[in-house]
Design a binder for this molecule. Structure first.
Ligand SMILES: *Cc1c(COP(=O)(O)O)cnc(C)c1O
Length: 371
């Protein structure tokens, strides 16, 4: 699905030098690389504060902690996402409220959001899934009217840009109260281990986040609240600084591969290619097709026999996961999610796909449909 070795080979001298630099300085934790990365990412995203942390799941948890929610408060998120988003809600003894998604973008459905709001709703977590922003104009409007906080899960969409009706353009994760991301190796901006970050334009929230990631400490050894220990280490920051310089070209490579796929599948009846919304750029963390009238699993097996990895993100809706089942929450509440779980399939998507590989993959997919 990804070619991280191929990507590394191209930037090897600078990455190796940066890692050696950290080893020579022994500033493994809270070193200058972390500070520089923080500042460079702030500039890239045009956001006031970036708070690095240990991974994308921690980032979500820390964001929820900073909002000071009480057990039982409801947090609305998408039913069609990686489990981390809903996991942290449950971990903090908050109540996850899952909602259906839009068929075209796979993102949170705004009508479903409106219906899900109750007096207990304290936060909304739109997940910008597969590389494209949720309908943030509408979500921010609803949040404002109801005085609800917004945490954007940007683990799959760093670098995506959203355009508001008045022409304002903002980066994914920098629109709501807090944005979170992951630097897991296969993410669009990935490090060589685990990493994550929080974004905010609110200086008070930033101070709270800074404290929570560091044991709830504002002044050294004075703990104002219960926090966690969640750090991005200097070696990861050094790698990320270099990869950040390439992020725009990485995105362009993903978009070019996506265009190749979409052009190639234009006349395949059994496939629906991903929509690129008018309001958001698509950074193609995943290239996700919807199959129509064919056995999706047979297609996956056929490709696998041809040594083409194709993955199903996500095969089971969260409300049907053992850990997240709740009484009274049923399949009929999520018609789109249920359908997507049966028909989606994602093709290899990364920065190193060349035309030969793309041709082989697209020809193989077409061969399945011409059988
Ligand atoms: C990857 C991912 C996360 C979690 O990130 P980690 O760094 O693996 O903890 C959270 N949300 C979404 C949507 C993700 O894709």
């Amino acid at each position: 699905m990804v070619d991280l070795v191929g990507q590394y080979e191209k930037i090897k001298p600078s990455v190796d030098e940066a890692i050696m630099g950290v080893m020579g300085s022994a500033a493994f934790i809270k070193g200058p690389e972390v500070k520089s990365f923080q500042e460079e990412l702030q500039a890239y995203l045009r956001v006031k504060h970036v708070i690095p942390c240990a991974n994308g799941t921690d980032a979500l948890q820390i964001a929820l902690m900073a909002l000071g929610l009480e057990p039982g408060d409801e947090v609305i998120t998408s039913n069609f996402t990686f489990a981390a988003t809903v996991e942290v809600i449950g971990l903090l003894r908050l109540t996850p409220v899952l909602i259906d998604v839009e068929r075209d973008t796979f993102n949170m459905d705004v009508e479903a959001l409106k219906k899900a709001i109750t007096p207990n709703t304290k936060a909304i977590i739109p997940v910008h899934i597969f590389g494209q922003c949720s309908n943030m104009e509408a979500i921010m409007q609803i949040a404002k009217e109801n005085n609800i906080a917004v945490i954007e899960d940007t683990a799959q969409s760093i670098g995506s840009k959203y355009t508001f009706a008045d022409g304002t353009v903002k980066s994914a994760g920098c629109i709501g109260d807090i944005g979170t991301t992951s630097f897991f190796p296969s993410k669009n901006l990935g490090c060589f281990g685990d990493g994550g970050a929080l974004f905010t334009n609110d200086s008070e929230l930033a101070a709270r986040l800074e404290a929570i990631v560091n044991h709830g400490m504002k002044a050294r050894y004075y703990h104002d609240e219960i926090g966690v220990n969640s750090r991005l280490d200097s070696i990861q920051a050094a790698v990320l600084r270099i990869k950040l310089r390439h992020l725009d070209s990485y995105v362009a490579a993903r978009q070019a591969a996506a265009k190749y796929y979409t052009d190639a599948f234009a006349d395949v009846d059994g496939l629906e290619t991903p929509l690129i919304s008018e309001k958001s750029t698509h950074v193609f963390h995943q290239y996700t097709l919807k199959t129509k009238g064919v056995d999706r699993n047979a297609l996956q097996t056929f490709l696998s026999e041809k040594k083409i990895p194709a993955m199903v993100y996500y095969p089971v809706a969260l409300h049907n996961q053992k850990a997240y089942k709740r009484d009274g929450v049923i399949d009929a509440d999520f018609p789109v999610t249920m359908d997507l779980c049966d028909c989606v399939i994602s093709l290899p998507m990364h920065t190193e796909l060349d035309n030969e590989q793309l041709e082989y993959i697209t020809n193989s997919v077409k061969e399945f449909f011409n059988k």
